[in-house]
Ligand binder design. Structure first.
Ligand code: CA
Ligand code: CA
Length: 300
């Protein structure tokens, strides 16, 4: 009894002493870890809150964008007209860990490579504007020091509008719908429960956006949307398996999917709704699962 207890204790001890070593071996080298991103530059007035070249300034710390992994942004409102606004991105409060550009002067709303240790980024503001800065580290490779991208958007206050999205969906009226609007520099999102939902996004800079609407058990749908004035947009999503897009999943949907495997007729969104197993193709097994869904409610 005593022996086995000692054996157990020894085994536990080995496990505990082994653990930290395993953890250490799997951690990336400390200099590659990014804890926080801060914008530094020649702050004046509202730009960088007047802070000049301070990588420890919490006022200029970028926020991680919800729903977009590795993307950071910060917004400066009512920035005065002026030339040669400058910036750099720094990590972990240190100027040693920074990204600049190869382009020096950058245009609003264009995406550039963020060059590790590159030149200072510079841009102009023609009239009082909102300035949004985004750093995208989604594809950042710390070993190669490549893959980071950035954009600066300068939006004159006269070029900001509202966009109302109306979304129709089916099935469970208590499930949340997710509405996302994304451009090169902006990302807006909203979740609302219901089969008929509306949401108005305010202070949207004019430009081209991709609207993505989704809901549980529905095929997500993307629309190109242009904002160039106060406007609204009607979107609709259908249940996975609703091939004829009438909101119901019936034998005729299975039939339509099956016909497609013999002679391709489905295109666009109907094709997405028919591909119930999400493998990018509409095959007999998709038709089969839609048919099963009409018999019992749990297969999709
Ligand atoms: Ca249908
Ligand atoms: Ca499929």
């Amino acid at each position: 009894m005593k022996k086995s207890l000692i054996g157990l204790l020894l085994a536990l001890l080995m496990v505990f002493t082994a653990l930290p070593m395993t953890a250490l071996a799997e951690e990336p080298a400390p200099e590659y870890q990014i804890d926080r991103i801060t914008v530094v530059g020649n702050g004046k007035g509202n730009y960088l809150h007047g802070v000049t070249w301070d990588p420890t300034s919490s006022k200029n710390r970028m926020r991680a964008v919800t729903g977009l992994e590795g993307v950071y942004e910060i917004n400066y409102e009512d920035v005065a007209a002026g030339n040669d606004y400058q910036l750099r991105f720094t990590a972990n409060d240190s100027l040693d860990y920074n990204w600049g550009t190869a382009a020096a002067s950058v245009d609003s709303d264009k995406v550039y490579d963020a060059v590790f240790g590159g030149e200072v980024i510079s841009f102009d503001v023609a009239e009082v504007s909102d300035v949004k800065v985004r750093l995208n580290l989604r594809d950042w490779d710390p070993t190669e020091q490549t893959g980071a991208r950035f954009a600066v958007r300068v939006t004159p206050l006269s070029n900001v509008h509202t966009m109302r999205i109306n979304l129709e969906s089916y099935l469970d009226n208590s499930e949340n719908c997710l509405i996302e609007l994304e451009s090169a520099v902006d990302y807006y999102r909203c979740t609302l429960p219901g089969n008929m939902v509306s949401h108005t996004f305010y202070y949207m800079p004019d430009g081209s956006y991709t609207l993505t609407v989704s809901k549980k058990n529905h095929a997500a749908r993307r629309y190109p949307v242009a904002v160039d004035g106060d406007s609204s947009f009607d979107a609709r999503i259908n249940p996975v398996g609703d091939v004829n897009l009438d909101g119901l999943i019936q034998a005729r949907d299975a039939m339509k999917a099956f016909q497609h495997t013999i002679e391709p007729t489905l295109t666009g969104y109907a094709l997405l709704c028919a591909d119930v197993n999400g493998n990018g193709k509409v095959e007999a097994r998709d038709a089969m699962r839609i048919f099963q869904q009409t018999l019992d409610n749990n297969t999709l």
